[in-house]
Write a protein that binds this ligand. Structure first.
Ligand SMILES: [Zn+2]
Length: 246
């Protein structure tokens, strides 16, 4: 292959690599990615809330169990005192038993009241628990929808990138090994531009203006030279075209 053909390959390769870079940027900036991160963050915050609510539910259930146990004991005691009272005929004993009965009845009323309060609390906690679970389901659905959209749009872009990668591999194969390696190295280390071309007296890679002497030397040289500023491969012929936008 002639040096002129190498120059043309470098120009075509630069165009393809620029397109790949832009597509990759689009993939990275897909809005779904940020949306997925946002939904995950909200889910994490909700999980903290869910744990708090669960703890409240456990505490409420525990308190109700204690109240229920004490109510049972209270009822047994009332029954016992009542049985003793039924058999008692002695005045002082009866008076003491009645007093104890009153105390137990008072405690019974208090236990009923406390149980009611606790049951109301338990209901409220259950309502909040159901709300939290509902929001969690909604967030999971949202994440799934965003992930699906990301897969579809991102998949199309990635396919386009793969097609371009295929085309660039064919072009790279047409270059001398050393030139291909130099191009690839510059592509990675020099802002995604592996080879530059001359636009007037400017290098498209570093946008440096060449002196008349440098320009004359390049134009006398082979179609693929080197930019004296950025040291990129510099296509000096047949590549006059508008400056690529950054
Ligand atoms: Zn340059």
């Amino acid at each position: 292959m002639s040096e002129q053909q190498h120059a043309e390959i470098l120009v075509a390769l630069s165009d393809i690599d620029l397109s790949i870079l832009r597509l990759q940027k689009q993939v990275d900036e897909l809005p779904h990615k940020a949306q997925i991160m946002d939904v995950r963050q909200r889910a994490r915050e909700l999980e903290v809330r869910a744990q708090q609510v669960q703890k409240m539910a456990h505490e409420s259930a525990r308190t109700l169990k204690l109240l229920s146990d004490e109510t049972e004991l209270n009822e047994t005691q009332i029954a016992q005192v009542q049985a003793t009272l039924d058999k008692s005929s002695e005045y002082r004993e009866t008076a003491a038993l009645v007093a104890e009965m009153e105390m137990l009845a008072h405690r019974k009323a208090k236990l009923e009241e406390d149980s009611l309060v606790q049951m109301e609390k338990q209901e409220k906690v259950a309502t909040v628990e159901a709300q939290v679970a509902g929001v969690a389901r909604k967030l999971a659905q949202e994440e799934q929808a965003y992930t699906e959209a990301y897969r579809q749009v991102g998949g199309k872009l990635k396919q386009d990138i793969a097609d371009l990668e295929h085309a660039r591999a064919a072009l790279v194969a047409g270059l001398p090994k050393a030139m291909a390696e130099r191009y690839t190295k510059a592509l990675k280390t020099k802002a995604g531009i592996g080879a530059a071309h001359l636009t007037g007296n400017q290098c498209s890679g570093c946008h440096g203006t060449l002196s008349e002497g440098q320009l004359a030397k390049l134009q006398e040289g082979p179609p693929v030279g080197e930019c004296p500023n950025c040291n990129r491969l510099l296509v000096t012929t047949g590549s006059e075209k508008p400056q690529a936008e950054e």
